[in-house]
Design a protein around this ligand. Structure first.
Ligand SMILES: Nc1ncnc2c1ncn2[C@@H]1O[C@H](COP(=O)(O)OP(=O)(O)OP(=O)(O)O)[C@@H](O)[C@H]1O
Length: 234
């Protein structure tokens, strides 16, 4: 069993942005071990900015990020050593083959193949020649096979076929069932709600809705139409 009493990562009244202009404000969110949390919202709502502040890539303008209950000011590379994994869009080395991409990430290829058997036949293929789905399996394998404590994933499933999206999300769910804490920024609202424990919806840099997928089912149309509205100005 994993200790779910202390959030692995949490923000308290966090404001973060670029220069002195906050893009997200007054953000209180947390992710506990064993939880998959979805961060949803229209384009420009501040989802990536939030992930960057959580990862240590952006310094908060005010408020704080807490790691295992303690305020945390370390940069991204230090947090990575302490168990944080960040997966962005198709983060592969296109000139290396799949095996070398895994080795660079200190992941034995056989572990990656256990997670995604689809990669077995592609171990000697240049990562630039893989399909989008295979590239994302490779990125996710590189992150998950190092047994991180926290996964921050930005649009894992961008532009991928529905079956591949299911495959990637299932791998995250299974890792969370083993104790991983995961925060996923996703455009596939309905699919991520199928595997998430909790959801935050951001709009114009603020949390406007939060709850379990069950609690938010009735709001699905509103959430999806806010995506189409592309974060309208007030
Ligand atoms: N490096 C940057 N410098 C200045 N402004 C930025 C920078 N990155 C993002 N922004 C601005 O911050 C705001 C929020 O962007 P962010 O990428 O966090 O939103 P998002 O919700 O992830 O959007 P999307 O779904 O389109 O990726 C936008 O207005 C964007 O223009």
């Amino acid at each position: 069993m994993h200790d779910t009493d202390v959030p692995l990562i949490a923000t308290r009244a966090l404001s973060a942005g670029y220069g002195t202009r906050p893009v997200v404000s007054d953000l209180d969110l947390e992710v506990r071990p064993g939880e998959v949390v979805a961060l949803l919202g229209p384009n420009g709502a501040g989802k990536t900015t939030t992930l960057r502040a959580l990862s240590g890539d952006l310094t908060p303008i005010s408020g704080e990020v807490r790691w295992l209950g303690t305020p945390c000011h370390t940069p991204l590379h230090r947090r990575a050593r302490e168990g944080l994994a960040y997966v962005g869009e198709r983060a592969v080395f296109t000139r290396l083959d799949t095996t070398d991409n895994l080795r660079v990430g200190h992941v034995p290829p056989e572990r990656a193949v256990e997670l995604f058997p689809e990669l077995e036949k592609r171990l000697k293929t240049g990562a630039g020649m893989l399909s989008g789905g295979e590239q994302q399996m490779l990125s996710l394998a590189r992150a998950l096979c190092r047994s991180p404590r926290l996964l921050l994933a930005d649009e894992l499933s961008l532009g991928l076929a529905p079956l591949v999206v299911d495959r990637l999300l299932r791998a995250v769910r299974e890792a969370a069932d083993q104790g991983l804490a995961a925060l996923l920024v996703e455009q596939h609202v309905r699919k991520v709600l199928d595997i998430a424990d909790r959801v935050y919806v951001l709009r114009r840099g603020r949390v406007v809705m939060t709850g379990t997928p069950k609690e938010l089912r009735g709001e699905l149309d509103a959430i999806e139409s806010s995506y189409l509205a592309k974060n309208p100005t007030p």
